[in-house]
Design a protein around this ligand. Structure first.
Ligand code: SF4
Length: 705
């Protein structure tokens, strides 16, 4: 460790806001971090999690050496064993018996190399990622309607909107800096209206002029009824619809069945009729509207339809690609977007290409690939099902903890036992998932590795290392490259530095790109190491037309569908969710923890907000079930149980019939706290995204009296 003074600019490794972080002090003593004033995501601000990053850098519980069956070994031995096993599985069972499962924590360069190895050289597309749990429905809905996985707007749109509709997102806790920007905009412009649509009354409601606490699952009824209302009120943008879109009639017809009138809609959504009328009138009268949405929309069995019902509203009113007007899906993870750019999901190839014959051929020729995957691979739920069935013989989990985060987490644990070789590359030594691995490969962590991430407004930012990795930890791209070379692909995986990978990725983005694809990084090719190191945050695309990046898409009325027009998607409204038990569990984040707490648990300041797992109850449910505030409660489903602290919300923040449980705690912190063990595998048939928001549960005081 050096005593030399540090001055490094990097990017926060937590949420999809992607805030810039200034590092100072020395390697011996990192100073408290500060927000990077010049970063366009945060302009110097950091939330509590970001501000505590320097407290999370200790090497406690780090994985320091490769291990095989619990015994430390050297890199060569571990890498040879992994490569030999992949080779043997391919020759015995074919490439489909090999699977990778990645993470939005991986940097774009890591993701690129993993995807290239799996899809271009192993020859299977069985690489999926925990972004499947987070963004897959938003991605599928964009692809269906606007032809590209491209967030149309930018963060400034959230500040410039006259009406901000926040739905399925507790932005105040999950994306705090963006929420602060929204709150500041509202304070500066008191006439700006904010509507929050969420079954719970969350901290995000602090800035709401109107909160619609809809019945879980009634979202599409609400948005379809709004589309019908706008049509009836003659409030559609006829010019935009005619010139830039298609299929409006089918969408209007499907929407018309949502509700006959406000009174029926009030019954369906369990929202006061007057509040619905107010929301609809505001939407009708406000051209500058942004609809901001997240997991409450995505994580359900009809998440893709829900997102399309939102996009339909924006297309019908021409509110897309204009300052202060767009549908805006926010990503949960720091690099969910970057991962998708290089094909992180099983149904994608790199550089925003998919499995069409033309795209496959283009990627194959660029990679000089001997056996490019022929068809999309298995999405997360199916992937782990096939691990359990025995079809997948080799599984490599990279930087994520599916034994906690996947639905039916106990079944994933069981699946691991059926796999011939489970490899986990991670920076942490003791997670639920590392405990299930045969081979552990120590990965470099935030602050130790170099690369890029892309945030929710398509802004590419550098993550820069400022500490040496401890023990024998190595960057993920290096580990994957070593395996590729051992499989015989030395020439195709020549990378010595993440800049080499970024350059290849940028060149692929423009390879035979004849303007039919939006993702073009030609302006970022051939960067020297110094230029790559100095790369300032920039929104893609970066090319001759947009040398400084592009803030908004579709301002030219051109979409990435075959016809060049945006497509309305007819969406059938589903009935709201009911549970025979009278209680459904909703899950989500707390303000000061991140995912399964492997990093945030190291910062004592972050435990001050909420120190233990809990369940929020409505007072009437608590009364009915004999549950008392601050006492332990047992929650169970047909799959498993958890035991957590009951919070009876006298402020009525919790809807009756619903219980909220945070997602973070694992068996490391409490023996029965993995909420994933209660959730079944229901998922959206289009996006494959699990329905993590609604699970029928029962509850009783613990221990039973
Ligand atoms: Fe990090 Fe997100 Fe907080 Fe920004 S808002 S500091 S990216 S956790």
């Amino acid at each position: 460790m050096s005593h030399e003074k540090l001055q490094v600019q990097t990017t926060c490794p937590y949420c999809g806001v992607g805030c810039g972080v200034d590092i100072s002090g020395s390697q011996e003593a990192i100073a408290p971090v500060a927000g990077m004033k010049s970063h366009p995501a945060n302009f110097g601000r950091l939330c509590v999690k970001g501000s505590a990053l320097h407290d999370t850098l200790s090497h406690t519980d780090r994985l320091l050496h490769p291990t095989m069956n619990g015994q430390a070994t050297d890199w060569d031995t571990a890498l040879n064993l992994v490569a030999d096993k992949i080779r043997q599985v391919i020759s015995t069972h074919g490439p489909e018996a090999v699977a990778f499962y990645g993470s939005g924590q991986l940097l774009t360069e890591d993701y690129y190399v993993a995807n290239k190895l799996m899809k271009g050289f192993i020859g299977s597309a069985n690489m999926d990622t925990n972004s499947r749990l987070c963004m897959a429905s938003a991605v599928a809905s964009y692809k269906r309607s606007i032809g590209s996985d491209t967030v149309p707007g930018c963060y400034e749109d959230l500040e410039q909107a006259d009406l901000l509709v926040i739905t399925g997102s507790n932005a105040a806790w999950a994306h705090p800096i963006l929420f602060q920007r929204m709150a500041a905009a509202k304070k500066a412009r008191p006439d700006m209206k904010v509507v929050v649509i969420d079954p719970r009354k969350t901290a995000t409601c602090d800035i709401a002029d109107l909160h619609l606490a809809i019945k879980p699952g009634s979202d599409t009824s609400l948005f379809n009824a709004l589309l019908t209302y706008l049509h009836q009120q003659n409030a559609l943008d006829k010019d935009f619809i005619e010139q830039c879109s298609e299929n409006i009639d089918a969408a209007l017809e499907a929407a018309s069945t949502a509700a006959e009138d406000f009174s029926q809609l009030a019954d369906i959504t369990d929202v006061e009729q007057q509040d619905l009328e107010t929301f609809f009138a505001w939407f009708r009268d406000t051209p500058k509207t942004v609809t901001f949405y997240s997991q409450g929309v995505n994580q359900s069995v009809d998440g893709t339809d829900k997102a399309n019902s939102i996009i339909n509203l924006h297309l019908a009113t021409g509110r897309i690609g204009k300052p202060g007007a767009c549908p805006f899906s926010i990503t949960g993870q720091p690099n969910a977007m970057g991962g998708r750019e290089v094909g992180g999901l099983a149904n994608q190839l790199a550089a925003h290409m998919d499995f069409s014959p033309a795209d496959r051929d283009r990627v194959r020729r660029f990679w000089q690939s001997p056996r490019i995957a022929e068809k999309p691979g298995l999405k997360a739920v199916d992937l782990f099902n096939e691990v359990k069935s025995g079809k997948i013989k080799f599984l490599w989990v990279m930087s994520t903890n599916p034994l906690v985060s996947m639905p039916d987490a106990d079944d994933v644990k069981e699946a691991m036992k059926h796999c011939e070789l489970v490899v986990v590359s991670d920076c942490m030594a003791n997670t639920d998932t590392t405990a299930a691995a045969h081979v552990l490969l120590p990965a470099a962590s935030w602050g130790e590795k170099n690369g890029t991430v892309t945030n929710s407004e398509r802004r590419i930012s550098r993550q820069r290392g400022f500490l040496p990795p401890p023990g024998e930890a190595r960057p993920d791209w290096w580990i994957i490259t070593q395996i590729a070379r051992r499989l015989g692909f030395e020439k195709e995986f020549p990378y010595e530095h993440p800049a080499d990978i970024f350059d290849e990725h940028a060149r692929l983005s423009m390879f035979e790109n004849k303007g039919t694809r939006d993702f073009d990084l030609s302006g970022l090719t051939n960067l020297s190491r110094e230029q790559y190191d100095a790369l300032a945050p920039i929104q893609w695309p970066v090319n001759d037309n947009y040398p400084s990046g592009r803030a908004r898409f579709y301002d030219d009325g051109r979409f990435y569908t075959e016809s060049g027009k945006a497509k309305f998607i007819p969406v059938d409204a589903r009935p709201p969710v009911t549970s025979e038990t009278g209680l459904t569990m909703n899950t989500g984040r707390v303000r000061d923890h991140w995912h399964t707490m492997t990093r945030t648990a190291k910062a004592p300041v972050l435990a001050r907000h909420i120190a233990e797992p809990y369940a929020d109850f409505h007072p009437e449910d608590a009364m009915r079930l004999g549950i008392r505030d601050n006492k332990l409660v047992r929650l169970w489903s047909n799959l498993g149980e958890i035991i957590v602290r009951a919070h009876v919300r006298s402020d009525m923040a919790q809807r009756k019939g619903e219980v909220f449980v945070p997602m973070h705690w694992t068996s490391r912190y409490a023996s029965k706290a993995r909420m994933g063990a209660l959730i079944n595998k229901d998922h959206d048939p289009i996006s494959g995204q699990p329905a993590l928001k609604i699970t029928a549960v029962e509850a009783t005081i613990f221990p039973t009296e």
